[in-house]
Design a protein around this ligand. Sequence first.
Ligand SMILES: Cc1ncc(C[n+]2csc(CCOP(=O)(O)OP(=O)(O)O)c2C)c(N)n1
Ligand SMILES: [Mg+2]
Length: 300
Amino acid sequence: MLLTRLAEERLVKLFRQGQTLGSIYRSLGQEATACATAMALGPEDVIAPMIRNLGSMFVRGATPLEIFLQYLGRATGPTGGREHNNHFGSVARGLLAPTSMLGALIPVMAGVALSFRQKGEHRVAMTWIGDGGSSTGAFYEGLNFAVVQKLPLIVVGESNGYAFSTPPDRQMAGRMSARSQGAFTLTVDGNDAAAVYAAAAQARQRCLEGKGPAFLVCETFRMKGHAEHDDQRYVDPGLLAEWAAKDPLPRFETWLAHRGWAPAPDLRPRLEAELLAAAETALAAPWPDPATLEAGVFST
Ligand SMILES: Cc1ncc(C[n+]2csc(CCOP(=O)(O)OP(=O)(O)O)c2C)c(N)n1
Ligand SMILES: [Mg+2]
């Protein structure tokens, strides 16, 4: 979670310097919903994150250098400069590329889960969806199919108070958990990493027992605007203060401390130094050669 937070802070600096292609979509305050859910999976499971789930990519082994190369559009990045932000996958890591189309990953991951069952493999598929994204047709189709087919699919719902500048009650009827299509549904405090982990582990266990998909709704809050270019002037500052007090990072530190555990004292400076070095390497990396523009482009 700390790596995610600091990596995004570094990305914001690169954005302000005009170095990134496109904007930065922070997960500030929501790190537990991406990290603790992905942590509950086995290495054989497959995830498909969304833009605010960078933390889950780190859990699966993506490196800060890959992320920075990708955001800077460099030739040595995962997509060779053909895509930006976190839109890249890695089959070896069980990581499908995020996509911009809200909801589209749910039928895709229902298909992945179906393939696991058809091949008799004990694996689960996990993806995430925002409260706004849960109003799309693809969300309903995908979840409905998974419920009917009893597929090993976990959909993590991030109920974070906004979809762009739209509060959920202006976009959808009822609470997010009411849109479960009959899937086993758990609603958890999304800023409590230990609770999110426990709920995700329970959902995974049910999937492996053939009991069908789970919809894991995490109550959290988007602490920044939709992206760096959005100053979130439409958000009540009182709400931000309320949720700042529920920041998942210090809460998890407290949870650890109660058990006699503590992060290594040099964790933050070590991560900051690692991220700075990765950013400098990425800034020095080459741009794609225009002569390769058509590589990987197909025509029918
Ligand atoms: C199908 C579709 N409709 C609209 C958009 C444009 N869009 C991108 S992000 C976003 C808001 C998403 O809100 P939410 O699902 O709550 O996720 P959050 O940004 O809060 O994490 C919208 C409307 C899109 N990418 N895909
Ligand atoms: Mg939202």
